[in-house]
Design a protein around this ligand. Structure first.
Ligand code: SAH
Length: 209
């Protein structure tokens, strides 16, 4: 189930569905997704589907992770990324080798504890973790060259916009529960430029800790 062939099949499927970035596809091939889900679900880890990870949360669908990573990194020249909604850390693991430093925020301490350990086990060290409310961002290390949000907000979070560096880019699902628009928001001199990347479905970005 963790064989080269199984992973190649997933990569081929993502290619067929429009993922073009070779570095991103290579990361999808490399990251051991079966280590991010419960053992009982490990046999399904290389299907292109979201899976439950406990505490009412899910591991994102590989296509969504690939699409968000590809969109974040297109012509990306920055170094730091703020990630909101660490969850099991799969998105973090896919992105980490491709950027200098990730600051990641998760509201559930129990999830964060496990994720911290898991990422260390697979030799990922350029990630700083924080248990907190993603609506607040992480002001201490702002501004960020990129921001990636893995939970759905009903509207663009003002504080995250403020923590984006000039020409920095945020990838975020915006909209009601069950159906959101994946937005790419770029900070320009005097405005924010928005591009829609298509429909997605994320768990909500909950208010408060
Ligand atoms: N990035 C994960 C998927 C995360 S699911 C992956 O790669 O699979 C969304 C996560 O956002 C959940 O773990 C949830 O607990 C977290 N979350 C929801 N609201 C939040 C908030 N306000 N601040 C921080 N994290 C939040």
């Amino acid at each position: 189930m963790t064989s080269r062939r199984t992973r190649d099949r997933l990569v081929q499927r993502l290619k067929d569905n429009g993922i073009q970035s070779e570095v991103v596809l290579e990361q999808i091939r490399n990251v051991p997704r079966h280590l991010f889900v419960d053992e009982a679900l490990a046999s399904r880890a290389y299907e292109d589907t979201a899976l439950p990870i406990g505490l009412g949360q899910t591991i994102s669908q590989p296509w969504v992770v690939a699409r968000m990573t590809e969109a974040l990194l297109e012509n990306f020249e920055g170094e730091t990324v703020l990630e909101i909604g660490t969850g099991c850390g799969y998105q973090t693991a896919v992105l980490a080798p491709l950027v200098k430093k990730i600051y990641t925020v998760e509201r559930l301490p129990e999830l964060m504890r496990k994720t911290r350990r898991r990422l260390r086990e697979i030799d990922i060290y350029n990630v700083q973790f924080r248990v907190g409310d993603g609506w607040e961002g992480w002001p201490k290390y702002a501004p960020y060259d990129g921001i990636i949000v893995a939970a759905a907000a009903p509207e663009l979070p003002e504080k995250l916009l403020q923590q984006l560096a000039p020409n920095g880019r945020m990838i975020i699902p915006v909209g009601p529960p069950r159906y959101q628009d994946l937005l790419q928001v770029t900070r320009r001199d005097d405005h924010f430029e928005e591009v829609s990347l298509g429909a997605v479905c994320f768990v909500p970005l909950v208010h408060g800790k």
